[in-house]
Design a binder for this molecule. Structure first.
Ligand code: ATR
Length: 263
């Protein structure tokens, strides 16, 4: 039996096992997918165990997407450029790290049939997921990418990797076509971002958060007549891309899958 797992800390909230086990069952595969809470000093041992074939694949979530990199043999271009790994697999006896968050985000946007070419995007936040979003946006031919973060320094750090970014002072809101909440604000139902977006209409609001499904960021935007989308599709597409790498099967994404997640 092949073994897969997702590592993180915390990990209780992760819905990856539900999704992967659903696809494993649907495709009659002899495999299991579990979750494991780890600490920083467990990472080396884990990768060592993978070398001994105790695991066939690993998904990595917060806070290990960058910390896992020194233990891997090779990185995909996406993983290298974003300094972020969420999917690990073995190929030719090498432990490889890839980042499917990039294609996950890109796919979720493509599904909406919005032409992003020449558009202006404002990203709120500068945490772990932001480099993947910027990499994907750069692939889509955006005109301008603004980033604003409560701690400006972290946004400036991103600019070292992505020179085309425009850093905006926290509290300022430049003209944009699409705005992305990539902060953790919204994970609790009552959370409110301290940004004044109350006059913005007919734009596209995207929240990386998918649980709760409608954050206040999205609720307020919807009331004002903006288009909204949460991070559920991004989550599903990044998982599907990992599944394809491990099993060489493109899993089906349909209403049943959306129901499995129950969010
Ligand atoms: P990490 O930085 O470890 O990757 P993350 O959860 O991916 O963590 O990122 C959290 C993001 O949410 C950061 O951009 C954080 O801003 P800071 O860099 O200033 O901490 C942002 N964030 C969290 N709480 C916030 C709040 N109350 N208001 C605004 N931004 C917040």
């Amino acid at each position: 039996m092949k073994k897969f797992l997702v590592i993180g800390n915390p990990i209780e909230h992760s819905l990856s096992p539900q999704l992967h086990n659903f696809w494993i069952k649907n495709n009659n595969l002899n495999a299991t997918y579990t979750k494991k809470k780890l600490n920083d000093d467990d990472l080396e041992k884990l990768i060592h165990e993978m070398r001994e074939n105790k695991f066939n694949g690993i998904n990595v979530t917060v806070p290990f997407k960058k910390k896992i990199i020194p233990y891997l043999d090779e990185l995909s271009n996406e993983a290298k450029e974003t300094e972020s790994v969420n999917t690990i697999y073995i190929k030719n006896n090498k432990i490889k790290g890839h980042n499917t968050d990039v294609s996950g985000f890109e796919h979720s946007i493509k599904d909406l049939n919005i032409n992003m070419c020449n558009k202006k995007v404002l990203i709120i936040g500068a945490g772990g997921v932001v480099s993947s979003i910027i990499f994907a946006l750069n692939n889509m031919g955006l005109r301008k990418i603004f980033v604003t973060n409560r701690t400006r320094e972290k946004a400036e750090d991103l600019k070292k990797f992505f020179r085309n970014l425009i850093i905006v002072e926290w509290g300022d809101v430049p003209d944009f076509d699409m705005i992305i909440n990539a902060t953790s604000v919204g994970l609790n139902e009552n959370d409110q971002l301290e940004l004044n977006l109350s006059k913005i209409k007919n734009k596209f609001f995207y929240d990386v958060i998918y649980n709760p499904p409608k954050t206040n960021f999205l609720k307020n935007a919807e009331v004002l007549g903006n288009k909204i989308e949460n991070g559920k599709k991004m989550f599903i597409y990044q998982a599907a891309a990992a599944f394809k790498i491990w099993h060489n099967i493109q899993p089906e994404i349909n209403n049943e899958v959306l129901k499995v997640l129950d969010i």
